[in-house]
Design a binder for this molecule. Structure first.
Ligand code: ASP
Ligand code: MG
Length: 438
């Protein structure tokens, strides 16, 4: 059995839901993981924000708009009165639930319950549509098996046991439909796997059923070797190692959520990125092996802040780095990139919520310089140190661009450089020209 996950745009309109239904029906008995229809989760976030600010009228306005969108989608989808009514009733239940929350004092728990309605609606619509087409579709409610623990990590034992029970109880199915993104927490309350988390759901499910493959369907033919929004001649990368995919996902390749890699990697389940608009395209296969000695792809991560700490006290001192790291830890801020010299350390962060406290802490250790609006460009491939020449290629390609930091050697799979955001597009193009297009 395979796990096929479809994102919001793949189920964004009545026609697209029908296309996905046809596509999954042809592929046999698999588990289909769906996101909410595109735009829905954002609208649900807005509704929650309005309720949080006690702007009930504002919340009603968005709810009404969303309701009409779903009503139109359903009218467009169904020929059969019976299944139209089934889908309508399920969608109505979700809107009633949201409405209920406009009556009482808002809490964070409510927000999660409201956010869950997007996936509940898309899966119920798909399920009703498949039934209307004579497909024996079975819904696997994610809230009955997907659970996180106190550390917000998947509770694998629980998930495995419950998912297997549910599959065993419905062995007659032609196809299984389930929600991405949503889960329960240890208290049993509705929770989620963070924005974009449906990819993670698919990977967890794939790992738990020992799937033949996890497929992430979007509307681009796989992971490209550079960002097609900024570089004209990009091409899909046919094959990536899990580590390479993880670096690319983390450093900005939007097509795959970074959390998606680990469960599949740990259980050695191949992940394939495919295109709903062109299902025959090979896409990208992510698995446990990869071509050696090759640079695969380039990604960019925006909104990076660099912080330099310079101190003569660092000279030959031990414990200096620990003191620096502790300041970041105390301020719950993750460091992305780091370079050191004998008298200074530069690090980058992307979360500047606690920047002021971080700076004042670091000032007790040395002179601090902060630069905003920076971008990490990450070049990924099989870059083991024994493979010669690739660092030179990367730096030669961008020899006309001011480089603020360089990082290599943290993993076998990436060389990262930090540059100013104004140089990003030029750097991405230069890298593509030098590394791929000659
Ligand atoms: N619907 C959720 C979101 O928009 C989860 C997902 O699409 O992966 O973040
Ligand atoms: Mg996504």
């Amino acid at each position: 059995m395979k796990v096929l996950k479809f994102g919001g745009t793949s189920v964004g309109t009545a026609q697209r839901i029908k296309n996905v239904a046809a596509l999954v029906t042809e592929r046999g008995k698999n588990i289909i993981v769906l996101s909410a229809m595109s735009g829905t989760t954002n609208s649900l976030v807005q509704i929650s924000e309005r309720l949080h600010n006690e702007d009930i009228e504002g919340a009603y306005g968005i709810i009404e708009g969303l309701k009409q969108k779903y009503a139109r989608t359903l009218e467009e989808m169904f020929d059969s009165e019976e299944y139209l009514n089934l889908a309508k009733a399920k969608v109505q239940e979700c809107f009633d639930f949201i409405r209920l929350h406009t009556m009482s004092n808002f809490s964070e728990r409510y927000e999660k319950e409201i956010l869950a309605q997007g996936e509940l609606m898309s899966t119920n619509i798909m399920h009703a549509y498949l039934l209307s087409q004579g497909v024996k579709s079975v819904l696997l409610p994610a809230l009955d098996y997907m659970r996180i623990d106190e550390n917000a990590e998947p509770d694998y034992d629980y998930i495995k046991a419950h998912l297997h029970d549910m599959l065993d109880a419905s062995a007659h199915a032609d196809i299984y439909i389930t929600q991405g993104f949503i889960c329960r927490n240890p208290e049993g309350d509705i929770d989620n796997l963070q924005r974009g988390g449906s990819d993670y759901s698919a990977s967890i499910i794939g790992a738990m059923i020992d799937a033949e493959e996890v497929q992430i369907w979007t509307d681009i033919d796989g992971m490209h070797n550079n960002d097609p929004r900024f570089v004209e001649k990009t091409a899909p990368v046919h094959e990536l190692a899990f580590e390479e995919a993880a670096e690319l996902a983390y450093f900005g390749a939007k097509i795959l959520h970074p959390t998606c890699v680990r469960p599949a990697q740990e259980h050695n389940i191949p992940v394939r990125l495919l295109n709903t608009l062109c299902p025959e395209a090979f896409g990208t296969l992510i698995h446990n092996s990869s071509e050696t000695g090759k640079i695969k792809a380039i990604a960019a991560k925006d909104n990076i802040t660099s912080i330099k700490i310079k101190s003569s006290r660092m000279l030959l001192a031990y414990g200096f780095l620990r003191k620096i790291f502790e300041i970041f830890e105390d301020n719950k801020t993750a460091i992305d990139m780091i370079t050191t010299s004998e008298v200074g350390v530069s690090v980058t962060i992307d979360n500047t919520k606690n920047l002021e406290q971080i700076i004042s802490g670091l000032k007790t250790l040395g002179e601090v310089t902060v630069e905003e609006d920076m971008v990490i460009i990450c070049v990924v491939g099989d870059l083991k140190w024994q493979n010669t020449g690739f660092e030179a290629k990367v730096l030669n390609a961008i020899s006309t661009i001011p480089v603020r930091m360089i990082s290599y050697g943290g993993s076998n799979h990436n060389v990262s450089v930090l540059i100013h955001k104004d140089d990003k597009i030029e750097a991405l193009n230069l890298l593509s020209n030098h590394l791929f297009n000659n």
